[in-house]
Design a protein. Structure first.
Length: 327
């Protein structure tokens, strides 16, 4: 039987166990895929801890790439033998093989490797909806400033490159000189070391006191309030993660005095809910990767059985770029 990483209780990395899991034939609208690589993402941590609750036992993982082994009734966009990659609900990619819904599974172009496919789908599609779909009321034009937290992470390094390709001046925050240098090397116009600098003051200095049109914030509790102070009037605060913990409740009335600001909480799975939307976003991602505008940086690779160490490194912010698990 294929092996998979499961939890039977919410908690720390020690809850993850390598177990044998039976995998049957796909039903209507499903496929069976044999993984060649699996992606690691912060949402996996949220699901492991129970911040994002799921029924137990739970096989973790939202992102993977491999070869289609079987196709269920009604699936027309994939066939047996296709190279494929996905970011998809329900969880289950931390496995050698699985049966899953076919809606968010996309054919992987032949010139993109399995490890790259597994590393880029969730993070790359996230960068796509942030930069291309989560836009301020006044729009985004070449030359505009945007602020992106965790700019040296998996999503961040993709966003740095994509923003540069779009002509945007991305100001990235990161922890430490090495991570700031990494963001700059990948297209950030400016990098702020939040361990040494007040990022609000630095953003105001960079923008001549005006602030940025958009803040993209996956950190959550530790950065939310200060992120609002980085926005220009009518600016957009895009919250899309909680790496430091959930954002505390706040009074909407504070948004008026700060410049009639907009706040949104985004999630990838709303954007890729339909087959058509998911494929359009994936095609956009594949095009910038194949064209060289965006390079997927994989800095960590772990065997599937070492997933606990991979989670520890991710949570302690010791990782850069993308991490993949190899079944």
């Amino acid at each position: 039987m294929p092996r998979a990483i499961q939890i039977t209780a919410f908690g720390g990395p020690e809850q993850m166990q390598l177990v044998d899991v039976p995998v049957g034939d796909p039903g209507p609208g499903q496929i069976r895929i044999r993984h060649h690589a699996c992606g690691l993402n912060f949402i996996d941590v949220y699901q492991r801890t129970g911040l994002y609750p799921n029924a137990l036992p739970l096989t973790l993982g939202m992102e993977g790439a491999g070869v289609v082994e079987a196709v269920g009734e009604g699936v027309t966009h994939l066939k047996v033998g296709d190279r494929a990659a996905y970011a998809s609900n329900p969880p289950g990619s931390y496995s050698e093989a699985r049966v899953m819904p076919a809606t968010q599974v996309c054919r992987l172009p032949d010139d993109i490797g399995f490890d790259t496919g597994a590393a880029m789908m969730l993070k790359g599609l996230t960068a796509q909806y942030l930069l291309r779909r989560s836009r301020p009321v006044e729009g985004l034009e070449p030359g505009d400033f945007v602020l992106f937290h965790a700019a040296a992470g998996g999503v961040g390094l993709i966003a740095c490159q994509w923003a540069k390709a779009l002509g945007l001046q991305l100001i990235g925050t990161a922890g430490g000189e090495a991570k700031c240098r990494l963001a700059l090397e990948h297209g950030a116009a400016h990098a702020i070391d939040y361990t040494k600098e007040d990022f609000v003051a630095r953003v105001k200095a960079i923008t001549g006191g005006k602030g940025v049109k958009v803040v993209y914030d996956s950190i959550g509790k530790d950065t939310f309030e200060k992120s609002l102070d980085c926005l220009r009037p009518f600016g957009l605060m895009v919250s899309f993660g909680n790496a430091s913990g959930p954002v505390a409740p706040f009074a909407p009335g504070i948004l008026g005095p700060k410049g009639s600001l907009y706040v949104t909480r985004q999630t990838l799975f709303t954007h890729i809910a339909t087959r058509e939307s998911c494929q359009q976003m994936a095609d956009d991602l594949f095009a910038v990767v194949q064209g060289g505008q965006v390079k997927i940086r994989i800095d960590q690779r772990f065997p599937l059985e070492q997933v606990a160490q991979a989670h520890r490194d991710l949570e302690s912010r010791r990782t850069t770029g993308c991490t993949v698990l190899m079944p």
